[in-house]
Write a protein that binds this ligand. Sequence first.
Ligand code: 2AM
Ligand code: CA
Ligand code: CA
Ligand code: CA
Length: 264
Amino acid sequence: MDLDIKELGQFASGIVSEAGLLLLKLRNDSLDFEEKKNHADLVTVVDSAVERFLVDKIVERYPSHGIVGEEGVFETNVSHFDTQWIIDPIDGTTNFIHNFPYYGISVGIVHKGIGVIGVVYNPSMNELYFAEKDHGAYVNGEKLSLDKPMLFKEALVSSTMFWEDTRKKDAIHPSLLHIYKTTRGLRLVGGAAISLCEIAKGTLSAYVAPMLSAWDYAGGVIVLKEAGGVITRLDGTSVSFKESGSILAAHPSIHQELLSIYTD
Ligand code: 2AM
Ligand code: CA
Ligand code: CA
Ligand code: CA
């Protein structure tokens, strides 16, 4: 049976909105968190509760779909499925804990290797980003389109901490200094999904990150692409939803110049 993408998109945005309400409700209860790999890598009970909520809804409605999420609530080898849900229940958990309003629930749906639906919800700002492949990107129903040209020197660029040598972590990657000096500014926003959606909205102009997992960017990449953004890896190759890797996402006017920092 063929997949009804319209219906899939409506279902996905519905459950992500509901998950946003759950997140806000749970945040008002006492917020416990624990360290994962180190003191800055945090996870809360809300992360897994939101993922559990989404997984239960998806399994009930689409039992034949594969699901992968950061918190590992649903263990499947996602590559066996034609249709795959890629979930980050909270992208930007540290921001969530600090109530810094740049975090969100991110869902990307990939069908036969192609991103077909992206949904990202920022509960602090009550912004629901939605995109369907070839049918545009929207925030709260308002169409997003990066059709107005811009200059590199006008850009506001988001990034994540980026080391010259990832093992030593003793010097910041020179590209960040270069970006800082040649654009309007650099922001370490602390959330990949929201950064990508803010580019789609036009508040940020680009986002660079050396290493992310597919759940960090799947939803945001689908939204930004539909808004007209350009997204590659840092070496200019195309982004897949199968492997983790770098992200270089930008307004179409400045992607090439940003890429040249990493490839020239
Ligand atoms: P997370 O909040 O879902 O963990 C922070 O710069 C961005 O990188 C966030 O999107 C964050 O996602 C992601 N990230 C991925 N791995 C991380 C890690 N080990 N520690 C902190 N943030 C991580
Ligand atoms: Ca995490
Ligand atoms: Ca994440
Ligand atoms: Ca997360």
